[in-house]
Design a protein around this ligand. Sequence first.
Ligand SMILES: [Zn+2]
Ligand SMILES: [Zn+2]
Length: 139
Amino acid sequence: MSETGAAIVSGSEVRSGGCLCGKVRFTVIGPVDDPHICACKDCAKRSGAPFQWWLGFPISGLEWTGAEPTWFDTHPGKTARGFCPDCGSHIAALDYDHEGDSVIGILATALDRHDTDPALIPTNLNRLPKAAPWLAQGS
Ligand SMILES: [Zn+2]
Ligand SMILES: [Zn+2]
């Protein structure tokens, strides 16, 4: 494990994460794809927060090392979001039709280390001002 929280195995970045109670656990092998903030109404309603911090990872590099999340269809037949059935932590998002799109969405906050990893810094904050206009005013 490096100082950034990503271990390097065979040239790939490996990160671990899970839910608050520890029932759901996973590892993902990088690289990180499109780290971004989403403030859509689905993210806000489900999380109880004005926005969520998403990261894409190759789905082939994902392994559930604890229980798999419970999946809720935000758009039936199209998109599901995964959460812990015991503690309610938000973990992941998955498109059912992902044959050409082999990426799974993982919430940065589900990772064990998300605070010091520069690869996770969101590159798209477009929706943030609308979601939380008061946020930038304090700085
Ligand atoms: Zn849990
Ligand atoms: Zn969203």
